[in-house]
Design a protein around this ligand. Sequence first.
Ligand SMILES: Cc1cc2nc3c(=O)[nH]c(=O)nc-3n(C[C@H](O)[C@H](O)[C@H](O)COP(=O)(O)OP(=O)(O)OC[C@H]3O[C@@H](n4cnc5c(N)ncnc54)[C@H](O)[C@@H]3O)c2cc1C
Length: 491
Amino acid sequence: MRIPSTLTGLVVAPDDPAYHLARTNYNSRFAPFSPSYIVYPKTSDDVGRALMWARRYRIPFRARSGGHSYEAYSLLNGGLVIDLSLINHIYQSQSTGFWHIGAGARLLNVYQTLWDKANVTIPGGSCPSVGLSGLTLGGGYGLIARQHGLCIDALVAVTMVDAQGRTLVSSLDQHADLFWALRGAGANNFGVVTELVFCAVPVGLVTIFSITWPWSHLAAVIQAFQCWADPSGLDHRITSILTLPARSHGYIRLVGQFLGTPAQLQPMLRPLLEIPDHSEIVQVKSYIEAVRHFAGLGSDPECWLAQGVPNHDTFKNTSAYAHHMLPGSAIAAIAQALNDTPGPASLVQLGQMGGRIGEIRPEDTAFYHRRARFDLQYQAYWTDPTQAESHIRWVEDFRQRMSPWTVGAYVNYCDARIEDWPRAYYGKNLDRLMHVKRRWDPRLVFRYPQGLSQIMAPGCHLEDASSFWTDALPTAWPTEVKSQWTMGPWL
Ligand SMILES: Cc1cc2nc3c(=O)[nH]c(=O)nc-3n(C[C@H](O)[C@H](O)[C@H](O)COP(=O)(O)OP(=O)(O)OC[C@H]3O[C@@H](n4cnc5c(N)ncnc54)[C@H](O)[C@@H]3O)c2cc1C
């Protein structure tokens, strides 16, 4: 196949042996996609050329970093995938001390390099292969979040290629509106990010803990966890995740990390340890060993895994936030859902928030849900394709059933079934986001099914609606497109 000469970097076409792997999403719930090309830029200029090529030939495109989008939003059929994985440098600026990280770097590589070079880290997520860009642009939650905030809270600047193919830097001092929007709503909405700059924090030894109870204690454990995990009351050095699996598992488990010693931690765990029949593991590790444990790469992955289920990558996940303590009726609803699962790998995780996350105001970055007590991630995994429908339905029913006691959703746990996703993801920040979108991408060059473009022109991510992609665009919208608009109350 003839590859367009204006695309620079490594280009993979359908007849390339690398194509099959390159068109596959992490989540094998999705069949392999059929993009026309997958380009691997090596520089921001390559990214700019890819973008201009796509615009010139009216080809839809998506940016991809780690390829872990829950809804495969970094892939598409018949378009261009701009894969950032070759832009993966990690170095410290001698003048500022900040860490410059290429958009295609993956989490474990970032943690390992920061640790090896300077015993520092950034507050990211747990899965080793998740892309730093996708994670950061939606917020980025992990097991030091209550002490150091979300990943975006350590971000000091972002380099991005905009809709005109220009490379620009945004920070608190430059293009501050864009920098605000990129911190929580940055995925495929305003440009293709090529570099993230972070202020890293020192780390050394940490204490990790895992407490397991029989499943029959579910109600007592949720109740105790809620009281214990008081957003501002509990020591910020603790961040933990409560995993509530299907009843057939027989147990429930809290895993967490404390940025201090076991002796300091023990009295803090007392309210949880008062619930009988528990078994408890408390270990001191170097920070990087703890990262590997929570990533499922330690000696006992079953005990420590902080996200999902080991060795399963066919799944449907979704989320919501709890701003208040769950009442007894909500706890009963959780018990009922877990009592009646479509398969054994069905669960909900409660990720503790508060601390530094909540000290930052919801309007200070595009990430809105800062005041939540915890997030709930409803998850179902399966291997047999015939089980897909029952698992997907269970996840959706569970989310709906909990809706009287929860709000919103986490954009990084994106879910195509959430109807009012703009408000669910962005809450009261949506209006301001639309202003930034209109300023930086007035022609809706950046699109995907749950992108901000969809709010202005529903259906615009579809290939047949790509008629207004070129520079030759009229300043007024073509009437056939305009007639499809549904103006939201925020416009
Ligand atoms: C196993 C697993 C564990 C996870 N654990 C955590 C966790 O601990 N904490 C947490 O907060 N989240 C977690 N997540 C969610 C994760 O943050 C999101 O799935 C995230 O979007 C993945 O980023 P990615 O780069 O790997 O994905 P991709 O599929 O490459 O990208 C995700 C989205 O970002 C856009 N995008 C990617 N790169 C760029 C770029 N350079 N410029 C502009 N847009 C871009 C894509 O177009 C797509 O819309 C987990 C996900 C999985 C599958």
